[in-house]
Write a protein that binds this ligand. Structure first.
Ligand SMILES: [Zn+2]
Ligand SMILES: [Zn+2]
Length: 336
């Protein structure tokens, strides 16, 4: 079968044998859709130390179950499934407490340490945990982002309360998912902050206000909109000064949720924020709500279809990667 691996700062197509069941809890999935993610470029650019060389990329995919191990209970062959980008056992201390991305036997495995979903077939360990059945009324496209970026956005917005004014820094795919989820969870107003006007324009489908910090003073504008500062801040940009922006635009006693990934250390100037009584929450994808999110999509409450900028047949994977690299797109997907 064909699969994609990093090669010389880009990718290449290789041949590998179709994966086989290795443990009773495994399933083999025939891939139908696979997305390209910024994390794939972290691997390509040698910025993911977890990565095992020559592992097939891809941690955001859907497919059909074609084979199951003898201990797989929830799934059967023929099931249409969406993958969770986190592999987790469901039994260890962290899994039992719902902190699945800290699973002691898992983590980011697929497309990083185990051959992933940018291939014709993929072996998914702990299949009952890591695969979610797609409701009948949803297509593969509808369900594709549930186990990675939608989970990240939902995780970031999870504690939004009714009538909160939510400021989201970064209007990329995760920021947009966070805005959508915040709105679903009852946010009164959404403020989208980004340096790219096209992204801000796109964010208007969820945002009541948009701020471009290269044109306006963010703190002042947030103050004018909210009077006291934002009730809830989601930092999904990971820029040089976006962490500082996040706590500065938060009102006293706000929640500041950091879902961004930084390339450098960040300063937490407690002396300057004394008395602001902020709650900081950190973390990336916490894909513990996949079934619930699929249900919300099925019920028409949320949808990630707007994120699909372009689809390519799997044979044109190089073009797909080049298109994603331009950064003018949101998500580029491969159809198998
Ligand atoms: Zn990803
Ligand atoms: Zn576990």
């Amino acid at each position: 079968m064909k699969g994609i691996i990093p090669y010389n700062g880009f990718i290449k197509v290789i041949e590998k044998p179709i994966p086989e069941i290795q443990s009773n809890r495994d399933a083999i999935v025939k891939v139908t859709r696979s997305a390209i993610c910024t994390s794939d470029f972290h691997i390509i650019n040698n910025a993911a130390p977890r990565y095992i060389p020559n592992t097939i990329l891809g941690h955001e995919f859907t497919g059909e179950v074609v084979e199951i191990g003898s201990d797989v209970k929830k799934l059967k062959t023929g099931d249409r499934v969406a993958a969770n980008c986190i592999t987790f056992c469901g039994e260890c201390y962290f899994c039992r407490h719902g902190f699945i991305n800290n699973c002691m036997k898992g983590g980011w495995e697929l497309g990083c340490r185990i051959d992933g979903g940018q291939a014709e077939y993929v072996r998914v360990p702990y299949a009952d945990m890591g695969l979610n059945k797609i409701p009948d009324n949803l297509s593969y496209d509808n369900a594709l982002f549930v186990g990675d970026i939608l989970s990240s956005g939902y995780f970031a917005a999870e504690e939004v309360k009714t009538d909160d004014v939510v400021a989201v820094i970064g209007a990329g795919p995760v920021g947009l998912c966070a805005m959508m989820c915040a709105k679903y969870l009852g946010a009164k107003k959404i403020i989208a902050i980004d340096i790219d006007n096209n992204r801000l324009k796109f964010a208007k489908q969820f945002a009541d206000y948009t701020i471009n910090p290269q044109i306006e003073n963010i703190e002042q504008t947030v103050q004018e909109i909210t009077k006291y500062g934002a009730d809830y801040v989601i930092e999904a940009a990971g820029g040089n000064d976006t962490f500082e922006t996040a706590w500065r635009i938060a009102r006293a006693n706000a929640i500041v949720f950091i879902v961004a990934m930084y390339e450098k250390e960040q300063l937490l100037p407690l002396d300057r924020m004394y008395g602001k009584n902020l709650t900081f929450k950190t973390g990336g994808v916490d894909a513990v709500h996949c079934d619930k999110l699929l249900q919300l999509i099925s019920d028409g409450k949320i949808s990630t279809d707007f994120l699909i900028s372009q689809s390519f047949p799997f044979e044109q994977v190089e073009e797909a990667y080049k298109e994603f690299q331009k950064k003018e797109t949101y998500k580029v997907i491969l159809e198998l």
